[in-house]
Design a protein. Structure first.
Length: 265
């Protein structure tokens, strides 16, 4: 699932092309579709929440977002994508060393001045994966509406950036929080501390990526996610699931919880 840790790991992988010059390439969607990237040098990759920033030496930034379907891949010199995959490319960067970077099925492709990155990021809350994560600011944002359900609050990237559906469900289980519990009744600093530790581990430890139980066996990687109707791994009570829209304008997302481990009160 593309979440903050997914994009963090993606940026780390793409940094192998930092310093490379683009021999030919273009944007194939978004407001700047058709724009040539030839001659630019890639100077760095950064992230904020689920947003990826590719910075160039002319002072511009390519801003992309994976949403559900997007991905990036790098082909080695002399290799190319299958024709069907290449048709889905929204960004192409053919580098002087023969490698090519492809952004596939990206729903968001935007170019802006690097100095103006706040235009697309300024509304977001503190990023749990940033070294300068400000827990006090995040806590204040999360508690702006104490009556809001904990699940809806955590999914809203304006409060804290980086948590997606998988992490919000798993955090709820680990903190014993029913998804409809009011955020004002929750120990928010402790919740955010756990969220940060889990996300950092998933983003930086190779074998820990999106494993919340510590077990990598199929069907046992997560406490509740994907386990509706199956016994809770802790108490054996059947896990419940439902589809709902928590954030205005978003698509329905699946919620999972254990009614015994995550009581309503």
């Amino acid at each position: 699932m593309p979440e903050g840790d997914s994009v963090f790991r993606l940026a780390a992988r793409l940094r192998q092309v930092d310093g490379a010059r683009v021999l030919s390439g273009e944007l194939r969607s978004g407001g700047a579709a058709g724009r040539s990237l030839a001659g630019l040098r890639v100077v760095g990759h950064a992230t904020h929440g689920k947003h990826l920033l590719t910075r160039f030496d002319d002072g511009t930034t390519l801003h992309t977002h994976l949403r559900i379907q997007g991905s990036w891949t790098i082909t080695a010199p002399g290799r190319r994508l299958p024709t069907a995959a290449a048709r889905r490319a929204r960004v192409r960067l053919a580098l002087e060393d023969g490698r090519t970077v492809w952004g596939l099925d990206l729903p968001v492709v935007d170019v802006l001045d690097t100095a103006d990155e706040s235009r697309v990021l300024g509304h977001l809350g503190p990023d749990l994966l940033h070294d300068d994560f400000d827990a006090d600011v995040a806590t204040a944002r999360v508690l702006r509406d104490p009556t809001a359900p904990v699940r809806r609050v955590l999914l809203d990237q304006r409060n804290v950036a980086g948590l997606g559906n998988l992490w919000v469900n798993e955090l709820g289980f680990l903190r014993g929080l029913h998804p409809d519990r009011m955020i004002g009744t929750v120990d928010v600093p402790a919740l955010l501390d756990l969220a940060r530790r889990m996300l950092v581990r998933s983003a930086t430890v190779p074998d820990a990526y999106q494993v919340t139980t510590g077990v990598r066996r199929r069907g046992e990687r997560h406490w509740v996610v994907g386990r509706a109707g199956r016994p809770c791994l802790r108490c054996r009570t059947p896990v419940l699931g439902r589809d709902a829209v928590e954030v205005v304008g978003s698509a329905p997302r699946r919620t999972w919880w254990c009614p015994r481990c995550q009581p309503t009160t």
